[in-house]
Design a protein around this ligand. Structure first.
Ligand code: 73E
Length: 831
C-alpha cells in the first residue's frame, strides 16, 4: 500500500498508538478532552447535548480502534465475506448499544455521574437513526448486530439519507408529517470517507463496436454523472473484538460538474445541476410494503448498488485472484428486490468492463447472490416500466433482455410448447407499457431464494413463485425464519428482566446464546420468582405510563391490562379490526349495570404506528383511533375500565419502552399476509403474551412456547381465497357485532361520520378484502378469553415465564448462522 509508513518510523507509531480506554478515569479524561477540544466547550457551558456528544466521541474512538483491528485482521485472513445490501437500516440509537457491546457501560455510567451528568439524560439526547420504514429495515439492523456478534466477516451497504422516516404528530386526530433532519447536530457514529468517492452514471446511450479481438461489444456512454461518498458506521459485536462496517453512501456532485456551462457563464444553472445530485440520497421513501414506481427511487437503487459493487470489486481485485474465485470470496445478500439491479451491474462489470465471456460471468453472478423475499402483497412487488428503465439505464436493460432470452430458451426446452409458461415467467411483463419484474430477475440471478418465516416460505413456493419451483426444483427455495437481537431487545430495553434472568442462568451468557433462556423454565412455578417477575412488569408498565402521561396527557393505571398494537398502519395488519373491537368493548361496558361492571377487566388499549403519507385508508384508521380515544377517555361511565391511547411517532426508541410494558400485544394480520413480523418476537421476549392470527412467525412462536401460552384466532391462510370469493359473489351477511360498531360510527358517536365512509365500505360492501367481518367473532371470543385469564395473575405470569424461556430460537444470531451455513457459505473469523 503506497501510503504505508517506512519501517524505520514504525516503532514510534507502535509506541504512541491509540489504545482503548479500560477504566473510568481513562474514560473521563477522554470525555473532558472531547468537551474542551472537539466541542470547544468547558465545564461552564456543557449541557446534556454537549455531554452526550463528548461521551459518544470517546466511545466512537474506542470503536474505531476495534474497527481498525478487525478490518486489518479480515484483510490478512482473506476469508470469504458477506455483503448485506439493504435500502433500509433502522438502527435507532447507537450509544447505549455501543457501550453494552464494547463492555464499557458501567465505566461510562459512573464516569459521567462523577462529572455531573446522568447517563439516562445523555442517552435521551441522541436522535434515532431512522433510515427505514418498519420490519424490513429493523431486520437489517438486527442482522448487522448479529453478524458482528457471531464474528462473521460482513459488511452492510446502504444509503445515507439526510432525512430518515418522517416524524409523526397528531393534530386534531390526524397524522401530520414533518421532516426528520437527524444530522442537525452532527453524527458522531459515522466516519466520513471523502477519499472513497465513486462515480456513478445515469442516462446516456449504448454503442456497439468491434474490439481488437474482433468481438462485438457494447459500451455505455452515460449522460449524467454523480459521486458516491462513503460514510462508515462501525458495528460493534457484543462481547467480542469484532467490529464490522456499515457503509452508507451519500450522493455529491462530481468534482468537475458541468464545466462547460460554468465556463460559458451559466453559473447558476450549473450550480442547480450540481444540487440535483444531492437529492439522490436526500430522503427515504416512506412506504412500507408498497411499491411506487418513481424514477428517483430507481435512481437511488442504482446509485447505491453501483457504488457498493464498485467497492466490492475493487477490494477483490486488490487480491489479484482470478475471477473464478469471486464467489468463493464474496457472498452478496439482496434484502428484498430493492438491490436487484446489482445482478445486472455485476454482469455488466464482468462482461463489458473486465472482458469475461457471458456464460463465465453469469456463473459467477448467480453463485454470488442470494435473494430474500419479504412480502407476497401484490402492491409491494417491484415492476419498473421498460421505457423509464431503459432511459435511465440503457445498457442494463439490454443485459436484462439477454438474461431473459437465455432463461426463456432454457424454460422452452424444459416445457416445450408451453407458451403460457413462457409468458408467465418472463422477466418482461407484456403489459403496456411493458414492465421489468424485479422479483423474477432476482430469482433467476441468485443461487438461493428465501422467505422469512415457514408459512411465508411455503406460500411463495405455492403462489407467486410457483412456476420457478417447477423450473429450478425445490432446493433453490428455502426458509430462514427472522430473528431479533437480544442485546437491544432484551438487555437494553429491559435491563431489570435481563438481570433477573441472569440471576437464574448464572451469567449473561444468554445474550450470546439465547437458547440458555430455557434455564428459567423451572422457575415458572416458583412463587418468589413469579413475584419478582410481576414487579418488573409493573415497573415497565409504570415507565410506559409516564411516557403516555407526558405525550398524551392521559392517566392510565398500571393495574389495568396493557393491550398494545404498535407497527406500521396498514389495512392488512388490521388496526381497523382492533379499533372496531375497542368500540365494541366501549358499547358493551356502557350497557352494563354497576354490578356487571365489577367483573370487567380494566384495559388500556395502546396503538402506535405511522401511515405512509399518501395512504388514505391508513390515515383514516389513525383518525378513528384518536376520535375513539377522545370519546372514551373522558366518559365518566367508563373510568379506568377502558382507556384508549395513540402514541405518536412510534420508532425504535419508543419500541424499547413499549415492548417491555405489554401484557398482551396484537399481531392480527389476515392469515397469509404478514410474511413474518418481528415485533411479535420482541413482545414475547419481554414477557408479554400474544393475541394473534395463525400467520407469519406467530406460528413458529406458538410451536416453541406452547399453544396454551398464546391466544390465537381467525381463519387460516388456506381459507382466505375462498372466503374472499364467497363475499365477492354471494350475499354473505356482515357479522352482527361488527354491524353494531358500524352503526355507532355512522350514528356520529365519534364525530363526523362522513370521514369514515370509505373505511366502513372497505369492510362491508361486497369486498372486505382483509376478512375483518369473517374474523370478527373469533377475535371477540379470543379477547374475552384474554380478559378472563388475566384475572388469575399468578397463572398469567407463569405462562409469560414459560413463553420467555422458550424464545431462544428467535435470536437473530440463530438466523445469521443459518444464512452463513446454507446460503453464504462463510465461517466466523477465529480470534
Ligand atoms: O412481515 C414483515 C417482515 O417481518 C414484512 O412485512 C416486512 O419485512 C419484515 C422482515 O422480514 C416487509 N417490508 C417490506 N416488505 N416486507 C417492504 C416492502 C417495500 C418497501 C419497504 C418495505
Amino acid at each position: 500500500f503506497e501510503a504505508s509508513i517506512p519501517a524505520a518510523s514504525r516503532d514510534l507509531w507502535q509506541q504512541f498508538g491509540v489504545t482503548e480506554f479500560q477504566d473510568k478515569e481513562a474514560f473521563q479524561k477522554e470525555f473532558i478532552r472531547h468537551v474542551e477540544t472537539t466541542l470547544a466547550r468547558s465545564m461552564y457551558n456543557c449541557d446534556d447535548l454537549a455531554a452526550y456528544l463528548a461521551a459518544s466521541q470517546a466511545i466512537r474512538d474506542r470503536l474505531i480502534v476495534a474497527w481498525n483491528k478487525t478490518q486489518q485482521k479480515h484483510t490478512t485472513k482473506d476469508q470469504k465475506r458477506v455483503y448485506y445490501l439493504s435500502l433500509e437500516f433502522l438502527m435507532g440509537r447507537a450509544m447505549d448499544n455501543a457501550m453494552l457491546n464494547a463492555g464499557v457501560k458501567d465505566i461510562t455510567k459512573t464516569g459521567v455521574d462523577d462529572l455531573g451528568f446522568k447517563i439516562e439524560d445523555l442517552l435521551e439526547q441522541e436522535p434515532d437513526a431512522a433510515l427505514g420504514n418498519g420490519g424490513l429495515g429493523r431486520l437489517a439492523a438486527c442482522f448487522v448486530d448479529s453478524i458482528a456478534s457471531t464474528n462473521y466477516p460482513g459488511w452492510g451497504y446502504g444509503l445515507r439519507y439526510q432525512y430518515g422516516i418522517f416524524k409523526q404528530r397528531i393534530v386534531d386526530g390526524y397524522q401530520v408529517e414533518s421532516p426528520d433532519y437527524w444530522l442537525a447536530f452532527s453524527n458522531p457514529w459515522e466516519i466520513p470517507r471523502y477519499e472513497i468517492a465513486i462515480d456513478v452514471m445515469f442516462y446516456g446511450y449504448t454503442r456497439k463496436y468491434t474490439n481488437d479481438q474482433g468481438k462485438t461489444v457494447s459500451i455505455w456512454e452515460g449522460g449524467e454523472q454523480v459521486q458516491a461518498i462513503a460514510y462508515d458506521v462501525p458495528v460493534p459485536g457484543y462481547d467480542t473484538e469484532t467490529t464490522n462496517n456499515l457503509r452508507l453512501w451519500a450522493s455529491k456532485p462530481t468534482r468537475e460538474f458541468d464545466f462547460e456551462k460554468f465556463n460559458s457563464g451559466d453559473y447558476e444553472s450549473s450550480v442547480r445541476e450540481s444540487q440535483k445530485a444531492e437529492t439522490i440520497s436526500a430522503v427515504l421513501y416512506p412506504n412500507d410494503n408498497f411499491y411506487s414506481g418513481k424514477e428517483l427511487r430507481l435512481k437511488q437503487q442504482y446509485f447505491w448498488v453501483a457504488a457498493s459493487l464498485n467497492d466490492i470489486v475493487r477490494r477483490f481485485k486488490k487480491t489479484h485472484r482470478p475471477w473464478s474465485d469471486f464467489s468463493d470470496q464474496i457472498a452478496i445478500q439482496l434484502n428484498d428486490t430493492h438491490p436487484t439491479i446489482a445482478i445486472v451491474e455485476l454482469q455488466r462489470i464482468l462482461v463489458d468492463m473486465e472482458g469475461l465471456e457471458w456464460d463465465a460471468a453469469w456463473e459467477i453472478v448467480t453463485s454470488t447472490f442470494g435473494y430474500t423475499n419479504h412480502t407476497v402483497l401484490p402492491e409491494a412487488l417491484e415492476k419498473w416500466p421498460v421505457p423509464l428503465f431503459g432511459n435511465l439505464l440503457p445498457r442494463h436493460l439490454e443485459i436484462i433482455y439477454n438474461i431473459n432470452l437465455f432463461f426463456l430458451q432454457k424454460v422452452e426446452k424444459m416445457f416445450p410448447k408451453d407458451r403460457d409458461m413462457l409468458a408467465r415467467v418472463s422477466i418482461i411483463e407484456e403489459s403496456s407499457p411493458q414492465q421489468v419484474r424485479m422479483a423474477y430477475l432476482a430469482i433467476i440471478g441468485s443461487h438461493k431464494v428465501n422467505g422469512v418465516a415457514e408459512l411465508h416460505s411455503d406460500l411463495i413456493k405455492t403462489t407467486i413463485f410457483k412456476d420457478f419451483v417447477a423450473i429450478y426444483g425445490t432446493d433453490k427455495f428455502m426458509n430462514v425464519t427472522n430473528g431479533i437481537t437480544p442485546r437491544r431487545w432484551l438487555h437494553q430495553a429491559n435491563p431489570k428482566l435481563s438481570e433477573l434472568i441472569a440471576s437464574k442462568v448464572g451469567s449473561y451468557s444468554f445474550l450470546k446464546d439465547l437458547t440458555l433462556l430455557k434455564k428459567v423454565e423451572p422457575f415458572a412455578k416458583d412463587p418468589e420468582f413469579i413475584e419478582k417477575w410481576a414487579d418488573i412488569k409493573k415497573f415497565n408498565k409504570a415507565r410506559l405510563a409516564a411516557l403516555i402521561k407526558k405525550n398524551n396527557g392521559i392517566d392510565v393505571s398500571v393495574d389495568a391490562l396493557f393491550d398494545v398494537q404498535v407497527k406500521r398502519i396498514h389495512e392488512y395488519k388490521r388496526q381497523q379490526m382492533n379499533i372496531f373491537s375497542v368500540i365494541h368493548r366501549y358499547l358493551t361496558i356502557k350497557a352494563m349495570s354497576a354490578e356487571e361492571k365489577k367483573d370487567v377487566t380494566p384495559r388500556v388499549c395502546i396503538f402506535g404506528g405511522k401511515s405512509a403519507p399518501g395512504y388514505y385508508m391508513a390515515k383514516t384508521i389513525i383518525k378513528l383511533i384518536n376520535s375513539v380515544s377522545e370519546v372514551v377517555n373522558k366518559d365518566a361511565d367508563i373510568g379506568d375500565l377502558l382507556k384508549v391511547v395513540f402514541i405518536a411517532d412510534y420508532n425504535v426508541s419508543k419500541a424499547e419502552i413499549i415492548c417491555p410494558a405489554s401484557d398482551i400485544s396484537q399481531h392480527i394480520s389476515t392469515a397469509g399476509t404478514e410474511a413474518s413480523g418481528t415485533s411479535n418476537m420482541k413482545f414475547v421476549l419481554n414477557g408479554g403474551l400474544i393475541l394473534g392470527t395463525v400467520d407469519g412467525a406467530n406460528i413458529e412462536i406458538t410451536r416453541e412456547i406452547g399453544e396454551e401460552n398464546i391466544f390465537l384466532f381467525g381463519h387460516l391462510a388456506e381459507s382466505v381465497d375462498d372466503l374472499r370469493h364467497q363475499r365477492r359473489f354471494n350475499d354473505v351477511p356482515i357479522n352482527p357485532d361488527l354491524q353494531k360498531v358500524i352503526d355507532a360510527i355512522e350514528g356520529g358517536m365519534f364525530g363526523d361520520k362522513d370521514i369514515y365512509g370509505s373505511l366502513i365500505y372497505s369492510v362491508t360492501g361486497n369486498r372486505d378484502y382483509y376478512l375483518v367481518s369473517d374474523d370478527f367473532q373469533s377475535y371477540l371470543d379470543a379477547q374475552k378469553l384474554v380478559d378472563k385469564d388475566f384475572k388469575d395473575k399468578t397463572t398469567w405470569v407463569s405462562r409469560c415465564i414459560t413463553a420467555v424461556a422458550n424464545m431462544g430460537f428467535f435470536s437473530s444470531d440463530r438466523a445469521i448462522n443459518e444464512y452463513a451455513e446454507s446460503i453464504w457459505n462463510i465461517e466466523p473469523v477465529a480470534k
